[in-house]
Design a binder for this molecule. Structure first.
Ligand SMILES: *Cc1c(COP(=O)(O)O)cnc(C)c1O
Length: 230
């Protein structure tokens, strides 16, 4: 099977899962955006996905993402940065990404705001929330979300869009995503514009949609196994 057919089949299967999950949850599929996570895969795959109607692309490493975005500059795509982000990469990231899902500390808010002002772009930011006790994978403590969100909302060049999380490994994602939905609701009470909830990956998109996810981030089920996890 050629790559295009393979990716088209995978995409159809993922879209069907999203549609079914929305139906089960009594939600409109139009409320859920598929972000295709293309990390470790070549720009040619991004091009295939774009040809199949995908408009939102996610990446997690700046060096790889900036090269890919440049190779795909002729395509009408929205680039989402979903990985852990070092402050010294903020200037590079805002050149191609209009959404950053992984804002988890005040120093990153400052760096992104400065970078966004420099390039004259507005960057949508999601507060990444840590849902387990392991700080290694990034994310702000749930207790810090409100303060971090307020600083994003006030920062020039940044727009507060909502929250993001990765479910803890090896546990039922349902309770974690329900907890994230509660945090998202609290945030909306303070910032009505912050309506996005980025949650759900290849193996747990149904649980995320049931909890109210507006953006699911899907890699492997679209493009196949990655050589390394990241
Ligand atoms: C890699 C990655 C994804 C996609 O995960 P899959 O299991 O391949 O669907 C989603 N979100 C983040 C933050 C990632 O790093």
């Amino acid at each position: 099977m050629d790559r295009r057919t393979q990716v088209a089949d995978n995409l159809a299967a993922v879209r069907a899962r999203i549609a079914r999950a929305c139906e089960d949850a009594g939600r409109d599929p139009g409320e859920v955006t598929l972000v295709a996570v293309t990390k470790t895969f070549p720009a040619s795959d991004v091009r295939l996905l774009a040809g199949l109607g995908v408009r939102d692309v996610g990446e997690s490493r700046d060096q790889e993402a900036s090269a890919k975005a440049e190779a795909c500059a002729d395509l009408d795509l929205t680039w989402h940065f979903v990985g852990q982000l070092q402050t010294n990469k903020a200037r590079s990231v805002v050149r191609y990404a209009s959404v950053v899902h992984s804002v988890d500390r005040p120093s990153l808010v400052t760096a992104l705001s400065r970078a966004a002002a420099e390039v004259g772009q507005s960057v949508r930011c999601l507060v990444q929330v840590r849902l387990d006790e392991r700080p290694g994978r990034g994310g702000a403590d749930p207790m810090q979300v409100s303060e971090l969100a307020a600083s994003i909302a006030e920062a020039p060049g940044l727009a507060l869009a909502g929250v993001m999380a990765v479910a803890p490994m090896g546990a039922d994602p349902g309770p974690s995503f329900a907890r994230l939905a509660g945090i998202a609701a609290d945030l909306r009470a303070e910032h009505p514009e912050a309506r996005w909830m980025s949650a759900g990956m290849s193996e747990d998109l149904e649980a995320a949609i049931e909890a109210g996810a507006t953006h699911v981030r899907i890699g492997r089920r679209l493009l196949g196994a990655r050589p390394r996890t990241g």
